[in-house]
Design a protein around this ligand. Structure first.
Ligand code: AMP
Ligand code: MN
Ligand code: MN
Ligand code: MN
Length: 277
């Protein structure tokens, strides 16, 4: 059983790499990719835990990308986690995260919520990886919102006080860094982007032309209709199909390990690539 997308305390997940691997193994996952946002620092620990648990750990990361007016996520699978081109690219994105966090806090302060930078940083578990999730946990803690769903709706989604525009990596750079490190480039959770039918086709066209290898067809928040839609698009553009929960932690995720539906039969999965063997 493959799960090719999840997060640990090295980005915005709640479990250490060891606890994450043990949870996945206990729920029947036999090949797990750890894909922390813009970071690879959890992979060594995850690899050790996977060896002890008797499952396979596929080294991964999830890169933050700006495309048109949208933020996209591109997962790199089977990467060489010490490749300097990838390491440098990820470090640049992480530096941008700190600068963005200051701007988010200033914007929240103007909206009457002071102290959000320090508050969010208290939830950060990897010193140079701060995300909206950490702001969300702080805002829930202070009672500004009841839960993670509400806090994003009220404060952190585009158009809300805690949201600031930010320039992430380009799509071409993200794919290039992943390929330099010998990895497979996968467009993460395509159903989550707020783009219409024709813009989605333009995005997939550009991802294909840029060397993108696969798209996530099955992910925790895709509906049946979206699985069907992205199955058809994967066939049309010649993308391999990937699958993953995007698990962040108990109580905070749509789906736990072991709960994903199977990929549609006849659709070539990303693990047909020898890099994942
Ligand atoms: P960032 O990359 O810092 O902009 O943060 C994005 C992260 O926020 C995603 O990877 C999710 O973990 C989290 N996130 C986004 N929207 C929601 C939501 N509605 N509920 C819970 N978590 C969310
Ligand atoms: Mn996340
Ligand atoms: Mn993502
Ligand atoms: Mn993710």
């Amino acid at each position: 059983m493959y799960d090719l997308h999840c997060h640990s305390t090295h980005s915005d997940g709640l479990l250490s790499p060891t606890d994450l691997v043990e949870r996945a193994a206990g729920r029947g996952v036999t090949a797990l990719a750890l894909t922390d946002h813009d970071a690879v620092s959890g992979l060594a620990e995850a690899g050790d835990a996977a060896r002890r648990a008797g499952i396979r750990l596929i080294p991964g990361t999830e890169l933050s990308v700006s495309w048109s007016d949208h933020t996209l996520h591109v997962v790199g699978l089977a990467i060489d986690a010490v490749h300097p081109t990838l390491i440098d690219g990820l470090a640049t994105i992480r530096t941008g995260r700190i600068e963005r966090a200051h701007r988010m806090a200033e914007s929240l302060a103007r909206a009457g919520i002071p102290g959000a930078f320090d508050g969010a940083m208290r939830h950060v578990t990897n010193a140079d990886l701060v995300s909206r999730t950490h702001f969300a946990r702080y805002l829930v803690e202070t009672g500004a919102a009841r839960d993670m769903g509400e806090v994003f709706k009220r404060y952190l989604n585009p158009g809300k006080p805690g949201y600031v525009r930010h320039r992430w990596a380009s799509l071409a750079d993200a794919i290039g860094w992943i390929h330099s490190a010998g990895g497979i480039a996968v467009l993460a959770h395509p159903g989550r982007y707020r783009v219409g039918t024709s813009q989605m086709r333009a995005l997939l066209e550009e991802f294909k032309t840029g060397g993108g290898d696969a798209i996530e067809v099955v992910t925790s928040n895709h509906t049946h209709a979206q699985v069907a839609e992205f199955t058809a698009l994967a066939r049309h553009f010649g993308f391999l199909a990937s699958t993953g929960t995007d698990f962040h932690g108990p109580g905070e995720s749509w789906m736990d390990f072991g709960q994903l539906p199977a990929l549609p039969i006849g659709l070539p999965p990303v693990w047909t690539r020898r890099e994942l063997h």
